[in-house]
Ligand binder design. Structure first.
Ligand code: HSE
Length: 436
């Protein structure tokens, strides 16, 4: 069986994908049946790192998604448009889709999967989360019989690199970001990474798979890492924590359907397995019953790693086309339930106010008798119990006080904080972080 591939995009991941497709020796035998028919790019003149078959390169992306010789469209352009339109056109033309595009799936998944189900085609997205780490298929299949209670991920390599550099070299956020951009790790426009949007797209996808309901992307509570300072990283280390940008999806009450979905910088205890995930690496911890905990760890981005996930999806579709002639002929619109997307309802999402968590807060105050006592009283007035209070030192004539709470409701903590900010002795509250 010969299966034609139409590649949309020949950037870092597209080039890595073409390299695997063009060198099938020693890899999965089904790759021998895959033929790279077209690669769609913006410019034909740009030098390419891969030798493509003659006539393969084109700037006509619309022709690729309509090409009768293309069975699988591999979308590696990134961003919302023209990806959404091209994917929908390809589906309407009966093509299966493989994509690494978390943004388009997180924001337009409903429309895309509805169209795919009607057309009887697959939309596979292993490369959209965690780069080379297999996490989409494990959540759908290998772990799917468990009742999942929580998924916690370090799923943005750029921010993990920045936080790791800040921790290891005591550097400030802006300096490390600039260095990461110079080294090509961070995008020229780093907004989606550093403000948490990329991780939010990814956790929306993981939550949908883990908990079996659609997620509205705007329901993911999201804070990025711009406010994390070298001072907080250093204080956190003294208290036995590292700071990581975590993406968390959890079902606080396993008997209820409602989920908490959030992305924010988090103090992680040094002994926690996620604490030692450094640099551009990603890791995803899945907790379920009766399984317990599983952590998947590996390269979260990069040409080879992400292309590995892309091509694994291509091979998967080829395998399905072998075993399921009804899908190939589209005489019946039945998709393999292990790989299709069947859920249609939206999961209810809890407000961040109902989150129960520990907090870390840093205060700058006048160095006067009674300030620490006053802080304790104000927190206590709102049922916020403190685990530790440490006066670290002086900064610009202000005492620097770090507080870690017990598990408390976010709403109570915020109310207490508002009251504390009104105290004359409190000059500033430079940071509020949650603790895992
Ligand atoms: N920009 C992403 C990251 C990689 O830094 O993890 C692609 O998902």
């Amino acid at each position: 069986m010969a299966i034609g591939i139409g590649l949309l995009g020949l950037g870092t991941v597209g080039t890595g994908t073409a390299e695997i497709l063009l060198t099938p020796q020693g890899r999965h035998p089904l790759l021998g049946e895959v033929i790279l028919k077209k690669a769609g790019v913006r410019s034909l003149d740009k030098p390419r790192k891969v030798d493509l078959p003659e006539g393969c390169l084109t700037t006509d992306l619309k022709a690729i998604v309509a090409d009768p010789e293309v069975d699988i469209v591999v979308e590696l352009l990134g961003g919302i448009e023209p990806c959404r339109t091209l994917i929908l056109e390809a589906i309407a033309n009966g093509k299966h889709i493989v994509t690494a595009n978390k943004a388009v799936i997180a924001k337009h998944g409903e429309e895309i999967f509805k169209a795919a189900n009607q057309a009887g085609v697959y939309v596979l997205l292993e490369a959209a989360v965690g780069g080379g780490i297999p996490i989409i298929k494990p959540l759908k299949q290998s772990l799917g019989v468990n009742r999942i209670s929580r998924v916690i991920g370090i799923i943005n390599g750029t921010t993990n690199y920045i936080l790791t550099q800040m921790a290891q070299h005591g550097a400030d956020f802006a300096d490390v970001l600039k260095e990461a951009q110079d080294l090509g790790y961070a995008e020229a426009d780093p907004t989606a990474d550093v403000d948490g949007g990329d991780a939010a797209d990814k956790i929306a996808i993981l939550a949908s798979l883990a908990f079996g309901g659609r997620i509205r992307r705007e329901d993911v509570y999201c804070e990025g890492i711009r406010t994390v300072s070298a001072a907080d990283i250093s204080f956190a280390a003294k208290l036995g924590f590292v700071i990581k940008l975590l993406a968390i999806a959890e079902r606080p009450d396993i008997e209820e359907e409602a989920l908490q979905l959030r992305v924010h910088p988090t103090l992680v205890p040094e002994e926690h397995p996620l604490a030692s995930v450094n640099g551009v690496f990603n890791a995803i911890l899945v907790e379920g019953s009766p399984l317990g905990e599983v952590m998947l760890y590996g390269p979260g981005a990069g040409a080879g790693a992400t292309a590995s996930a892309v091509v694994s999806d291509i091979v998967h579709v080829v395998g399905l086309l072998h075993s399921d002639t009804t899908v190939r002929n589209q005489s019946e619109k039945t998709l393999n339930p292990l790989l299709g997307c069947s859920h249609e309802h939206y999961s209810p999402i809890l407000s961040i106010d109902t989150l129960k968590t520990r907090f870390y807060a840093r205060f700058l105050s006048q160095d006067l008798p009674g300030v620490i006592g006053d802080l304790g009283t104000r927190f206590g007035n709102h049922q916020v119990s403190l685990e530790s209070v440490v006066q670290i030192g002086l900064q610009d004539d202000c005492a620097e006080i770090v507080v870690v709470t017990h598990d408390v409701y976010e709403a109570n903590f915020r109310e207490a904080l508002n009251e504390i900010k009104g105290l004359e002795a409190i000059k500033d509250v430079p940071s509020i972080l949650r603790v895992l």
